[in-house]
Design a protein around this ligand. Sequence first.
Ligand SMILES: *[C@@H]1O[C@H](CO)[C@@H](O)[C@H](O)[C@H]1NC(C)=O
Ligand SMILES: *[C@@H]1O[C@H](CO)[C@@H](O)[C@H](O)[C@H]1NC(C)=O
Ligand SMILES: *[C@@H]1O[C@H](CO)[C@@H](O)[C@H](O)[C@H]1NC(C)=O
Length: 351
Amino acid sequence: MCVPSVFLFCFCVWIFCMTYEAWRSLSQDMPYEDFMAQIQACPRECHCPHNFPSAVYCDNRELKRIPKIPPHTLYLYLQNNLLEALSKEALSNATQLRWVNLNRNRITNEGLEEGALGAMAQLSQLYMDDNLLTSVPAGLPHSLEQLQLSRNRISTIPAGVFSGMDQLNLLDLQGNKLMDGAVTEVSFKGLGGLVQINLAKNQLSSMPVGLPPTTMQLFLDSNNIERIPLDYFKGLPKVAFLRLNHNKLSNSGVPRNVFNISSILELQLSHNQLTEVPFISPGLEHLHLDHNQIKSVNGSDMCPVSAKALEDYANDNAPKLRFLRLDGNDIPPPIPRDVVTCFRLLRSIVI
Ligand SMILES: *[C@@H]1O[C@H](CO)[C@@H](O)[C@H](O)[C@H]1NC(C)=O
Ligand SMILES: *[C@@H]1O[C@H](CO)[C@@H](O)[C@H](O)[C@H]1NC(C)=O
Ligand SMILES: *[C@@H]1O[C@H](CO)[C@@H](O)[C@H](O)[C@H]1NC(C)=O
């Protein structure tokens, strides 16, 4: 009788030592009691690695409901399941979540219990790509820094939905069903720190209004945009990366000076209907004009600085263009000499 219990005792000590050792060597940032509580509360459906106890992996498991998430979870992986809803209850103990991945599920706006998102008071990144949302969800946590909502069915942005969201720097709404009427002066109100917005693959025929003046990256590829108002970029004094590939822009819809933006570094206008090279600013480094209907390039017309300024090699205002794509147009080679004369820093030109 004695031998098995001694054996059992030793075994328990051994298990304890192993667990303790795992915690000690790998999880020193989590107190031992928390580590044990976390491991013990790990749902049967999920994987809670001992060497990364703040992460809980419940992805790719055909889950239809969210299991009870342990209390010390910071990173929660729920992508690729069959979830239709997000309840407040399931996450009620996980009060410290920073990062939640719900990509590729079947979550609808109706399935989001009121307050379920907002309860994650420290959440900084929320991934909800490839779900069934029809509008930007209400009650988002104000701590959010990145919000990914691409490839849903979003056609509305409820007024005030972003109010108080000063921390958000990235908003991804690509691959949705936004039309002009859904994007108004108030749509993005509250996004005081927005840096990057992706509205590609929607159904916009006009440039979106009401973007925060902090915006640096604006992606609008694959819409139906035909024209850009003359003063459009006056409201976006920091814009540096602008992508408008696969739209319906022609020179009649693009005022000659509209891209003369002092902050711009990259301009992508591939697959449009331009017949002339638009005027660019001296600071532009990357220009994509491939697959338009441009027939000729005149370097002196295109050059953003005067011939006199070009002669002065020490001039800081010399054009910065380094990369130029012109392929897929009707421009006969060779590259005009005056292009090379103007853009002295040009490293690559595709024609
Ligand atoms: C929350 O934690 C308590 C105490 O550990 C536990 O009894 C309860 O089932 C947990 N609830 C959820 C939803 O995880
Ligand atoms: C481009 O903008 C600058 C100021 O940002 C201005 O000085 C310059 O004249 C403009 N170029 C043209 C061709 O209008
Ligand atoms: C380019 O444009 C300038 C001024 O608009 C003109 O004087 C010049 O002849 C043009 N060059 C070519 C090669 O067409």
